[in-house]
Design a protein around this ligand. Structure first.
Ligand code: 5AD
Ligand code: SF4
Length: 500
């Protein structure tokens, strides 16, 4: 198993999943990111960095912080690895295949490291928090120069200095409950849509999930810090923010004034002049009536909720320690739909959890039919070492798991297509993000309900809101015709729109 990591140098602090699991009563420290030390300020002048990101939005946003720190040291970004002086892989540990990709990439980069011995190759993110991963890197990927975790991104300038001046691999991974670090520099991907952390960590300990071990305990940023960041983004012209947390519905529970909830935060964000506000990800258990009430006020709070269900079987949910039942989940969905009838619901589902029977899987299918999600992320269960489910008896053959995934996907695709078909002829509001990836003559953006829309229109629409009539709904995207030109008549309004 995993305990073999050796402390062989002064630059070596290894992770430990057992300590990472502990939840004490210690207060969360709010740390302010300090100025870059004098002797590091120009360390990256004339050099280039590249960050490869795997996993969830939290990781995407962490990469923006990493980029922010590297740019403060003087590095410039590049997307050509042969030009890079530092390459960091910001990794995800949630499933085995995410990890395999990273090891594949590390193997491939060995050649580049041989050609460019001064290249700094680093691994960070959730995989770094696992001792099995550190062991494997120490054994088979000695060309890695630097490893740090999710709790000490703010230490990057110091760690990089050690890596630059030290011949041994620099490893610093903290297995702690975690702090809140404010004031970190960030390079955001565009000037349109921004991620904003509202809380970190997770205390739910679902039996299949590694995240509570890799990301520490639930800890919220102070409301004024979150609100000020969003106000600042609005001032800079951002059109959309997505509030991030592993379990946003637990927001505020850990703050000294435990009465300020996620619903209260959303109600305050609603008053800020930023056109669209999203959030992810929700745990059904903490989703309360007050939040539904606030979301029903709409305004900048969009009609989309990502509400991972994981399974439609109460027995499997119990084995997963999800702490809700099929019935209570459906009741919550009913309340949401009643308050916001045009809500788009999306979800995450795991098939082939240890011991999942055919009947239990059928219950997942029937729940999906009943809820009618707009779309779903579906996964085959992947055992994660150190989690309780990894030692549960699993007698479901891999072919059966694959077949279940396929049946689930077929059902969900049929529902997605049907739901999108209902938008045929409707005019939707699209925040235009840019040219479509496949065709630069086509513009692409998202509805309030987070559906991807492709349409033809002038490039001047990029970064703005456009109204598009949907004429070719498909399973995963909507194609349409830009109607603003025609629609700006004396009434100035768009008729027949989903969001007038
Ligand atoms: N195996 C498969 N899927 C998982 N997820 C989390 N842990 C696992 C695992 N061990 C899925 C859940 C979660 C999403 C981010 O990833 O559905 O909501
Ligand atoms: Fe992957 Fe979870 Fe870490 Fe996100 S928090 S990067 S999904 S393991």
């Amino acid at each position: 198993m995993s305990k073999e990591v050796k402390d062989y140098s002064k630059y070596f602090v290894a992770p430990d999943l057992k300590s990472a699991k502990r939840r004490g009563k210690s207060d969360v420290q709010v740390i302010r990111f300090e100025q870059i030390p004098e002797n590091m300020r120009n360390a990256g002048a004339g050099k280039k960095y590249m960050v490869e990101t795997y996993g969830c939005q939290m990781n995407v946003h962490d990469s923006e912080t990493i980029a922010g720190i590297l740019e403060q040291i003087g590095y410039e970004s590049t997307d050509r690895e042969e030009d890079a002086d530092i390459i960091l892989l910001n990794t995800c540990a949630v499933r085995g295949n995410a990890e395999d990709k990273v090891f594949g990439e590390l193997g491939r980069l060995k050649q580049l490291k041989l050609e460019k011995p001064d290249l700094i190759l680093g691994v960070c993110g959730c995989m770094s928090q696992e001792e099995v991963v550190i062991n494997r890197i120490l054994r088979s990927y000695q060309h890695v120069d630097l490893i740090f975790g999710t709790h000490n991104i703010h230490r990057l300038p110091f760690l990089l200095r050690n890596a630059l001046f030290n011949k041994e691999m620099v490893v610093e991974v903290w297995s702690k409950e975690g702090d809140v670090v404010e004031n970190m520099p960030k390079v955001r991907r565009d000037g349109l849509s921004a991620w904003v952390n509202i809380m970190y960590g997770c205390d739910k300990f679902c039996t299949y999930c590694i995240v509570p071990y890799t990301r520490g305990k639930e800890r919220s940023r102070r409301p004024e810090d979150v609100l000020n960041e969003i106000r600042e983004l609005a001032r800079k012209g951002y059109q959309e923010v997505t509030l991030l947390g592993q379990n946003v519905n637990a927001y505020g529970k850990d703050l000294a004034d435990g009465n300020y909830t996620f619903g209260d935060l959303m109600n305050d964000v609603r008053k800020i002049g930023i056109p669209r506000v999203r959030f992810t990800t929700s745990h059904p258990r903490d989703f309360d009536d007050h939040l539904i009430e606030v979301l029903a006020k709409r305004g900048n709070l969009v009609e989309h909720i990502h509400l991972p269900v994981q399974s439609g079987s109460t027995e499997v949910l119990k084995m997963m320690a999800r702490k809700y039942t099929r019935e209570s989940y459906l009741e919550l969905v009913g309340k949401i739909k009643q308050a916001i009838p045009d809500i788009a619901l999306t979800t995450d589902i795991i098939v082939g959890f240890p011991g999942e029977t055919d009947e239990q899987f059928e219950e997942t299918l029937s729940l999906v039919r009943e809820v009618e999600y707009d779309s779903a992320f579906t996964f085959i269960y992947s055992p994660r070492e150190g989690t309780p489910a990894a030692s549960m008896k699993d007698d479901v053959p891999p072919e059966v798991k694959k077949e279940r995934l396929q049946r689930l996907n077929e059902l969900q695709n049929e529902i997605s297509r049907r739901k999108n078909e209902a938008l045929r002829g409707k005019v939707v509001e699209v925040l235009v993000e840019g040219e479509s990836k496949k065709n630069p003559d086509i513009l692409s953006g998202r509805t309030r309900t987070n559906k991807l829309v492709n349409f033809e229109g002038p490039k001047s629409l990029i970064g703005k809101f456009a109204h598009v009539r949907i004429d070719q709904p498909q399973t995963w995207t909507l194609k349409g015709v830009w109607v603003d030109e025609k629609a700006t008549d004396q009434s100035g309004g768009i008729r027949n729109g989903t969001h007038p």
